[in-house]
Design a protein around this ligand. Structure first.
Ligand SMILES: O=C(O)C1=N[C@H](C(=O)O)C[C@H](O)C1
Length: 290
């Protein structure tokens, strides 16, 4: 289900600070036209934490319209308590294909708690689950044994793996692929080595830009063109590093606005707008990338 490039859409705001639904649709169509395999609504990049429930629904509905009949739509469902996360999952509308569910953050319930959480959610969810494993944000590490146990669940179909590096666990996890379970990269700068090790794709904020090149990167690794993959991987990593120079998605929104793809570069507090220098640097690297 999670093969190729999936773009976690930013949530554009208009000049009055409201969610710009038209811009979501325009941007979603733009990245799909340029080779993305799917969209992710309400990711970290979509500033899910600062949207109220009604805004979240409007974002999901816009993405359902964009993806209908043409692409995979995954929706981020955040929460660190099992009951309210299960409720949010049950409320997902038709047209959503999978839910990206974060390992419970901040509480640090331990590995057994994490397994119990996901097993309970998998029973209730109307769509398959993709686990978002990002220990530097959640504060909860997971062993290989736990990852494999979760992967064996028939309703858990993949994992966005973003541990901030590539270590022995990464190599072990990708070294023995599990049938029906896709591991996708979620640390943008590391996507090329992750694909080289066997990740099936990526959920990458950076892929709003140079989407076709990101799609080609997946294709190069899949078809064994190591030279092409290495070259585009290094080039795209430079772009990603510039986009993540300040807290995501501030710089990315600055670049998308500079390109006329979203009406304002605005983010909501506690995020601050990107500095002019960071945006100018990312624009320069972007314009120099092919
Ligand atoms: O929203 C997402 O999904 C992503 N969030 C990550 C982050 O903000 O740290 C980055 C990744 O590109 C996708």
């Amino acid at each position: 289900m999670l093969k190729g490039i999936h773009v976690p859409l930013v949530t554009p705001f208009d000049s009055a600070g409201e969610v710009a639904v038209d811009a979501i649709e325009k941007l979603g169509r733009h990245v799909l036209d340029n080779g993305a395999d799917g969209l992710v609504a309400l990711g970290t990049t979509g500033e899910v934490a600062v949207l109220d429930p009604e805004e979240r629904s409007r974002v999901i509905e816009a993405c359902v319209r964009v993806c209908a009949g043409r692409a995979v739509l995954t929706v981020g469902v955040t929460g660190n308590d099992t009951r309210s996360t299960a409720r949010a999952l049950r409320e997902l509308p038709e047209g959503v294909h999978a839910a990206l569910v974060t390992v419970p953050y901040f509480l640090r319930p331990g590995e057994r708690g994490v397994v119990a959480h996901f097993e309970a959610l998998a029973e209730e969810a109307p769509v398959p689950l993709v686990i978002y494993h990002v220990p530097y944000r959640t504060g909860q590490t997971l062993s290989i044994a736990t990852l494999r146990r979760l992967a064996a669940h028939p309703r858990i179909v993949g994992m966005k793996y973003a541990v901030g590096g590539i270590d022995q666990d990464t190599v072990e996890l990708l070294g023995e692929p599990i049938d029906g379970f896709d591991v996708v990269g979620g640390d943008d700068v590391l996507i090329s080595p992750m694909l080289g090790l066997g990740a099936t794709g990526g959920i990458l904020a950076s892929a709003h830009l140079k989407t076709e090149m990101f799609a080609n990167l997946v294709y190069f690794w899949r078809t064994g063109d190591a030279e092409g993959a290495r070259l585009s991987g290094h080039t795209l990593a430079r772009l990603s590093a510039a986009l993540f120079a300040e807290p995501n998605p501030a710089v990315l929104k600055g670049v998308l606005h500079a390109q006329g793809l979203i009406p304002t570069p605005d983010v909501r507090l506690p995020l601050l707008p990107a500095s002019a220098e960071a945006v100018a640097r990312a624009v320069a690297i972007h314009d120099d990338t092919w």
